[in-house]
Write a new protein. Structure first.
Length: 326
């Protein structure tokens, strides 16, 4: 059973460090649970892996013990541990994004401990400088159309499902996690909306379905039936009750349909294509497109816009041509 917040604040960090407080074990359990609560399943799993990696690094038996050791240290010692962990991750050849996420998990845990009064300090270890360039190229519009045709040509049932999946990934720019988490209760065909919990958000929000998207989803729901549960299910005949499609299943499905038309396509590539098309249609209006893409940081869309217009390539061509002039 978890402890009340008032008991968490009342704990003495020095007792936790010495392991003499009866609260020492329960407190860190509560801290870890509070840190992980309210997150979507994919984020939750990522943070659990990050904390497990840190636990293995310092050689503790449990994540709670690893957290207790961190917050039971002095500020200097805790930062020394974090810096050693950072060096360990870099030496293992981890990507900057992975290193930074794992360090961010530790900083967040300590920040929460600071907020509730377990420690009077925060971690100051810095992350790595990450490369800001991202490849935002998706498949061509022609490839997407060919994939829709390939999906439609499949046997009845699978055809309706896969067309609806492609439509939602592309037409609404949904992420895999957003797609697989949809339940039938989230769909309102009368109002032409679906309720989606976006990445990094705790509340669902309505998204309007364009007519072709609504039609494709309605066809699949007729095949699926009216029973409550996940919108998208598998076709595993060994199972009595079809299970919810996983993110991995969506990835394989899109890759397979892409392969059918001679292209290498991943689900997020369809989102990339949709965002790039939106920027084309609205002349690079990143604020308007941000409403569509549900990016919390509008600066991300400037990367899409730069890649879409290839401004650097245009400038390079102009400079090269000037060098050829007599």
């Amino acid at each position: 059973m978890f402890t009340k917040a008032s008991e968490l604040v009342a704990a003495d960090p020095q007792d936790i460090a010495r392991g003499t407080s009866s609260f020492a074990h329960i407190g860190t359990e509560t801290l870890a649970a509070s840190f992980l609560s309210g997150r979507n399943p994919r984020t939750l799993e990522a943070y659990r892996r990050d904390l497990e990696n840190y636990r293995a690094f310092i050689g503790e038996e449990t994540i709670n013990a690893a957290i207790r050791r961190l917050i039971g240290s002095s500020q200097g010692h805790a930062n020394a541990i974090a810096h050693s962990y950072r060096t360990h991750l870099i030496d293992r050849g981890m990507q900057a994004a992975t290193v930074n996420r794992r360090l961010a998990a530790l900083r967040s845990i300590v920040k929460l401990a600071n907020t509730v009064g377990l420690v009077a300090w925060k971690l100051s270890v810095e992350g790595m400088k990450a490369q800001t360039y991202r490849d935002t190229r998706g498949p061509s519009t022609e490839t997407y159309r060919d994939m829709l045709a390939a999906a439609s040509a499949q046997r009845p049932g699978r055809a309706e499902r896969d067309v609806a999946i492609l439509r939602l990934l592309h037409d609404l720019g949904l992420r895999r996690g957003e797609l697989v988490s949809l339940d039938l209760a989230d769909v309102d065909l009368t109002r032409a909306t679906i309720m989606v919990k976006g990445k990094g958000r705790t509340q669902v929000a309505p998204i309007t379905l364009p007519s072709p998207t609504k039609a494709a989803l309605a066809k699949w729901i007729i095949v699926r039936g009216p029973a409550p549960g996940p919108v998208f299910t598998n076709f595993n005949r060994a199972q009595k009750d079809p299970g919810r499609l996983t993110g991995a299943a969506i990835y394989n499905l899109v890759r397979s349909l892409g392969g059918d038309v001679g292209a290498l396509v991943r689900p997020h590539g369809l989102r990339h294509l949709a965002i790039t098309q939106a920027l084309d249609v609205f002349n690079g209006d990143v604020r308007k497109v941000a409403q569509f893409s549900r990016h919390r940081d509008i600066r991300v869309l400037t990367i899409y816009d730069d890649n879409r217009s290839d401004a650097a390539g245009e400038v390079a061509a102009a400079v090269a041509n000037m060098g050829l002039e007599a």
